[in-house]
Design a protein around this ligand. Structure first.
Ligand code: NAD
Length: 507
């Protein structure tokens, strides 16, 4: 690997990248080979060359990890005092913060996400741990129901058991910690199955958690393919809950496979989110937000605003300005500070995104793309692209492309745009731009999605619920909403007086 690529990376980052070695599974506090000794290749999105080999876990490894997680849950971890448990969570947060300049380069190297963006994602990951440690101390509280002078009823919350966490490759480190932090902070133990296309930072996380000194078996990582490692985790009867983030079709497959063991599921799935710009909006800010919202994370973003609806009176000038942005977005090496769009994660995904550009042409769109510098030809680059003359009936408007591609449409009035915005199977996010306060609220409430931003890009406060409606998900994570999923609520009814008890059979 040429070190020219790493001029914007710290010494620590250079060191960690130049010493990447093969990756093992992390089970019961030890880094181990897969039982089968099988490995798979991890490929660079920038060169399509092999980065390293990764242990390929399957059922035997998952079963071993689940056994270790069960032992830890029943043992040391389950009996820790709250403050001792949370001390581990704070420690993990501190260790991530200390290593941002190693983890972010690894993430960019593995996924193609630009380094300026992965630095922020890794900082967010540390916050996920710190936030959930605080949240559990402050908000994991029961309720008391006084029933006249007869009963005192109160709720207690306990961890569920073993959390199976299955995560995607699009923001891997951040999304893994988004699940691990609440799962551990509420007292569960964890088996993580990270995405097979982005294993490097999941392994780094295992090293960090190992360094934080958590008892053996509390946190386990089984790398491997979805159909083997992932499916075995879902099928394992000792795993009580599965939190999954990924494609809608995979989510539905997982729910079928987990039905026999009556799993509890949290599903964070695909999206095709609308951004609606009315004529009275602050158009400069709307342009910034629309551009960032689709082209950040290389367009591989679940909440991306992939459908742009412009009021017809401002459409022409907005499209001209968006074209200008698309043509000037810096497409480059993800390891460089100035890069705004990097290569897509994998050749297969690249082919899939490219096929949608063909479909767009066949469906009658004008396809307007930015530029990819010549020297990037080995990577999985798709230039930032606008699909003009798009229409709700088209596949490119209905299906999730998950790349740097935005479909552009126009509308005449509020009623029409709400109908169009809702005319997809997804309901993850939505964005509305208008300076009419009443209309902003009205449209926000009418668009079918789990999350809606008015005059804002996708900025999230960690206390707020995160999740989708329709085919974009089931349940909410984030804030105290995650407690409903990661804890069991028990109600205890205590008689404090002599309430009536029927006296069957008494003479
Ligand atoms: P994917 O569904 O292909 O894979 C996600 C994970 O599931 C991977 O770890 C994979 O190995 C595993 N998996 C695959 N088949 C499985 C099976 N049969 N049983 C168990 N596990 C299995 O998704 P992806 O391509 O990695 O990620 C992109 C998708 O994720 C997009 O659709 C995107 O919208 C979605 N996503 C959603 C959110 C959200 O919060 N709603 C966030 C990020 C990404």
């Amino acid at each position: 690997m040429s070190t020219d690529r790493l001029t914007d990376v710290s010494e620590a980052g250079k060191k960690v990248i130049s010493s990447i070695s093969d990756i093992k599974l992390y089970i019961d506090g030890a880094f181990v080979d897969a039982e089968s000794k099988e490995q798979f290749d991890n490929i660079s999105p920038y060169t399509n060359e092999k980065i390293n080999s990764v242990a390929s876990g399957d059922k035997a490894d998952v079963d071993k990890a689940v056994k270790a997680a069960r032992k830890a849950f029943k043992g040391e971890w389950g009996s820790l005092k709250l403050k001792d448990r949370l001390a581990y969570i704070y420690k993990i947060a501190d260790l991530i913060d200390e290593h941002i300049e190693e983890i972010a380069p690894l993430e960019s190297y593995d996924t193609g996400l630009p380094i300026s963006q992965t630095r922020k994602m890794v900082a967010r990951a540390a916050n996920n741990f710190r936030f959930y440690a605080e949240m559990v101390s402050a908000r994991l509280v029961g309720e008391v129901y006084q029933v006249d002078d007869e009963f005192l009823n109160y709720t207690v919350q306990s961890p569920v058991g073993i959390a199976g966490l299955i995560t995607p490759w699009n923001a891997p480190f951040m999304l893994e910690t988004w699940k691990i932090a609440p799962a551990l902070a509420t007292g569960n133990t964890v088996v993580l199955k990270p995405a097979e296309w982005s294993p490097l930072t999941a392994n780094r996380l295992a090293e960090i958690i190992d360094k934080a000194g958590l008892p053996d078996g509390v946190f386990n990582v089984v790398h491997g393919y979805g159909e083997t490692a992932g499916a075995s985790l879902v099928a394992n009867p000792d795993v009580e809950l599965i939190s999954f983030t990924g494609e809608t079709t995979t989510g539905s497959e997982i729910m079928k496979n987990g039905a026999d063991s009556l799993k509890r599921f949290s599903m964070e799935l695909g999206g095709k989110s609308p951004i609606i710009v009315f004529e009275d909006a602050d158009l400069d800010r709307a342009l910034d937000a629309a551009t960032w919202g689709i082209f950040s994370f290389n367009g591989e973003r679940c909440t991306a605003n992939s459908r742009l609806y412009l009021h017809e009176s401002i459409a022409d000038s907005f499209i001209e300005k968006l074209k200008d942005r698309v043509e000037n977005i810096v497409v480059g090496d993800p390891m460089k500070n100035e890069t705004q769009v990097g290569p897509l994660i994998h050749r297969n995904h690249f082919e899939n995104v490219k096929s949608y550009l063909e479909i767009a042409r066949e469906e009658g769109c004008e396809v307007v793309s930015g530029h990819i510098p010549e020297e990037l030809s080995r990577g999985n680059y798709v230039a930032p692209t606008m699909l003009l003359n798009a229409d709700n009936k088209m596949r490119v408007v209905q299906e999730e492309i998950f790349g740097p591609v935005i479909a552009v449409m126009t509308f005449k009035d509020e009623e029409e745009v709400i109908e169009k915005a809702n005319d997809v199977r997804y309901g993850l996010a939505g964005y509305v731009w208008t300076n009419d306060i009443k209309r902003g609220h009205r449209v926000a409430q009418a668009v079918e999605s789990g999350m809606l931003w008015v005059n804002a890009q996708n900025v999230r406060d960690l206390r707020t619920p995160f999740g989708g409606s329709k085919h974009s998900g089931i349940g909410r994570e984030g804030g105290h909403y995650a407690f409903e999923f990661y804890t069991e609520t028990k109600i205890i009814h205590v008689a404090i007086g002599d309430h009536h008890i029927p006296q069957f059979g008494k003479k």
